[in-house]
Design a protein around this ligand. Structure first.
Ligand SMILES: NC(=O)c1ccc[n+]([C@@H]2O[C@H](COP(=O)([O-])OP(=O)(O)OC[C@H]3O[C@@H](n4cnc5c(N)ncnc54)[C@H](OP(=O)(O)O)[C@@H]3O)[C@@H](O)[C@H]2O)c1
Length: 278
């Protein structure tokens, strides 16, 4: 069986490639720039762009299963071409908040196209990635500090390798057709506790400084985040800081249920990425 991994040079995509290689199946990887891909041996690398469906024809030929990195621009044409090329199953990377109006032009478009493709499909909807906090690396490296508003907001950060492990389990296993799996990391942590965990990995204290939301908003917008996205995100964090949700057990237990392995903790994630923070 041949499996194509799109977004294969991404944080999750690379881990999907690694997981699939262990299965012994033929693994293909899609990238827009093969020279810079740095993918492991044993993978057949194809160039292609999910915004230009015709560029995918060669990569899709002979493929039975597809891991789909969500690019909405030409998704209907991409899934039609996949079906025409012989793909039978699509595992679609989506997000836990996919139903939010914020994602009407993104995840929702991709999910709908995948569902309408006539192929076997599964949406995997992870919550917040632990790796989002690589954004903290510059201030941790320079000053051993994290500055952010809403330090009391809680999340269940997930290791990218666990998102990939779920994707691989669904790509390779049976009984997942037509299912939507929403999931997250194994523990609920405040933002301040996540900063502490990075300190533990470093063996040095990382301070958390509560930032004024107005100042933070100005900085984020100056750094290029769209104001609508910042306002949406800060709204979620503000609500969570005010009234932290308890651990979502259903989300927290999906990784072990699907993969048969315990989910990685935030401490493990921090240890795996400690060089970025040194
Ligand atoms: N961050 C979160 O908290 C969170 C939570 C839930 C879901 N998600 C989803 O997870 C995604 C991130 O996954 P990831 O970490 O594996 O990705 P990533 O590190 O952002 O990398 C995505 C890869 O996709 C490829 N790509 C981008 N546009 C493409 C296109 N038009 N055609 C072909 N390839 C393209 C790029 O590879 P090349 O440059 O090599 O082509 C890139 O390396 C997000 O975009 C979001 O949809 C994120």
């Amino acid at each position: 069986m041949t499996i194509l991994v799109t977004g294969a040079t991404g944080e999750v995509g690379r881990c999907v490639v690694t997981e699939l290689l262990r299965s012994g199946h033929a693994v293909r990887a899609l990238t827009r720039r093969s020279a810079a891909a740095g993918l492991p041996g044993g993978v057949e690398v194809f160039e292609g762009d999910l915004e230009r469906p015709e560029s995918l024809r060669e990569a899709l030929t002979g493929v039975e299963r597809l891991y789909l990195f969500p690019v909405p621009q030409a998704i209907s044409e991409v899934v039609a071409l996949a079906a025409e090329s012989g793909v039978r199953r699509i595992v679609n990377l989506s997000g836990a908040l996919a139903d939010d109006a914020m994602f009407a032009d993104g995840y929702q478009v991709v999910e709908r196209a995948v569902e309408e493709s006539g192929l076997e499909w599964t949406h995997i909807r992870p919550g917040e990635f632990a790796r989002n906090w690589l954004d903290w690396a510059p201030s941790i490296r320079a000053e051993r500090v994290v500055r952010r508003p809403y330090g009391g907001a809680v999340t269940q950060p997930i290791h990218e390798a666990d998102v990939a492990a779920v994707a691989a389990a669904v790509l390779l296993g049976e009984g997942h057709a037509g299912r939507t799996y929403t999931f997250a990391g194994p523990r609920s942590l405040t933002v301040a506790e996540q900063a502490e965990a990075i300190g533990r990995a470093l063996g040095e204290r990382v301070r958390f400084e509560e930032q004024d939301p107005v100042t933070a908003r100005e900085q984020w917008v100056r750094h290029g985040y769209p104001a609508t996205v910042v306002d949406w995100l800060f709204g979620i964090w503000a609500e969570s800081a005010h009234d932290p949700a308890p651990l979502n057990e259903e989300w927290a237990t999906l990784v072990p249920r699907l993969t048969g392995r315990p989910a990685r903790t935030f401490d493990e994630w921090a240890a795996d990425h400690v060089t970025a923070f040194r």
